[in-house]
Design a binder for this molecule. Structure first.
Ligand code: HEM
Length: 353
């Protein structure tokens, strides 16, 4: 009997402790979900912002939804080994799964209506480590920060404020530079003729531990041929997939990987700022696209080309985009895989892009 008060006190203490732990966990979940700070930008908000007016295409990537998968190899010439100890930079041949794609949330968008094209790669090293990268054919990104990317999505969707885009452009002059590129740069009629750029900056580390900020590009072996928007339109809505399938059937298609090394002081945190053309360049090898794979039910279906999946010898820089992209791609991936029944791999699911 004498020890009952102590026992009661200890029970109360335990219950309080449990309540505190539960409350802390709930607060952590609420914070992560953005409920405690409605103004904070969350990956889910960005992904919601990508949805077209009619809603997201269920089962598809929330951006770059239209595309076509392929397999091939990366033939490393050993040239980049001085910059990075990444296993796929040792001379040799490494398997690749990749995807040509269009920067649109609409998997049925006609090819001639999408200005920006992309190339996504997963290169696997001999030790099983991976280098994933998703690049676009623009020479710089439209905006300087992930926050500005979200502001752009909001401004372009704002039907209530006729000045929304005008105000956005005034506050983000780099977007005007991008619009200038989009309006004047020639289009090609083939994924095979485009150059794809990382735009984001990363840090390479070599075997001696030396670090070097870099960006990279895949430069096509095929000569780019300019075509007019009208010529593109006349080719039909899905000519890019047909074209690349025919090209790869007749011969493997190639791109040279060119690594660009930053000079001290070059901006690494802002992909809207291109580095001067004279920067040191290193040819690291050749991407060889050997086979076009089905998009709907092929090897890219369950792949998330998260740009922070990097082998040893590469890591992210102070560029805020890769982390923001990683978080958004994960939300997109989780949604689209949860919507498996809506994806057109199933007979009831609708058209295959
Ligand atoms: C904050 C900025 C960005 C956001 C929120 C964003 C969002 C997304 C999302 C949600 C996807 C679909 C991912 C999936 O379901 O697997 C995607 C795909 C893609 N993004 Fe981004 N993106 C951003 C910046 C960039 C940049 C800077 C580049 C290139 C330099 C890029 C190139 C691509 C490409 C090529 C794909 C297709 C990947 C694939 O084939 O699966 N994105 N993006």
């Amino acid at each position: 009997m004498a020890d009952r008060p102590t026992s009661n006190a200890s029970t109360v203490r335990s219950l309080v402790l449990i309540a505190v732990v539960v409350a802390a966990l709930a607060a952590a979940f609420a914070y992560t979900a953005g409920w405690l700070s409605p103004g904070r930008l969350t990956p889910a908000k960005i992904v919601n912002g990508l949805a077209p007016p009619g809603g997201a295409a269920l089962g598809f990537r929330r951006n770059h939804a239209k595309g076509i998968c392929f397999t091939g190899t990366f033939e490393s010439n050993g040239g980049a080994a001085t910059l990075s100890k990444a296993p796929m930079f040792a001379q040799g041949s490494y398997p690749v799964t990749g995807r040509f794609n269009l920067a649109t949330a609409d998997p049925k968008a006609p090819d001639a209506t999408v200005r920006v094209r992309g190339l996504s790669l997963r290169i696997v090293g001999p030790d099983g480590s991976e280098w994933r990268t998703a690049m676009i054919d623009a020479p710089f990104f439209p905006v300087a920060t992930p926050q500005a990317f979200y502001a752009l999505l909001q401004a372009s969707a704002d039907k209530n404020d006729p000045d929304a885009m005008k105000n956005f452009v005034a506050a983000h002059p780099e977007f005007g530079t991008f619009v200038g590129w989009a309006g004047s740069a020639p289009w090609t009629a083939s994924y095979a003729q485009d150059r794809y750029n990382s735009l984001n900056s990363f840090i390479f580390t070599n075997a001696q531990g030396q670090e070097q900020p870099v960006r990279w590009s895949f430069v096509p072996a095929a000569q780019p041929e300019a075509v007019s928007p009208d010529q593109l339109k006349a080719k039909g809505p899905d000519f890019l997939a047909t074209d690349i399938t025919q090209r790869v059937q007749s011969a493997p298609q190639r791109w040279t990987l060119v690594i660009t090394a930053a000079n001290p002081g070059d901006p690494t945190a802002d992909p809207s700022k291109a580095w001067p053309e004279d920067r040191r360049k290193v040819e690291a090898g050749t991407l060889v696209v050997n086979a076009i794979e089905p998009e709907a039910d092929g090897p890219c279906r369950d792949l998330n080309f998260d740009p922070t999946v990097l082998p040893s010898g590469m890591h992210v820089s102070d560029d805020p985009f890769p982390a923001a992209r990683s978080a958004a791609y994960s939300v997109s991936f989780n949604r689209r895989t949860a919507e498996d029944k809506d994806y057109p791999r199933h007979p009831a699911g609708g058209a295959t892009p």
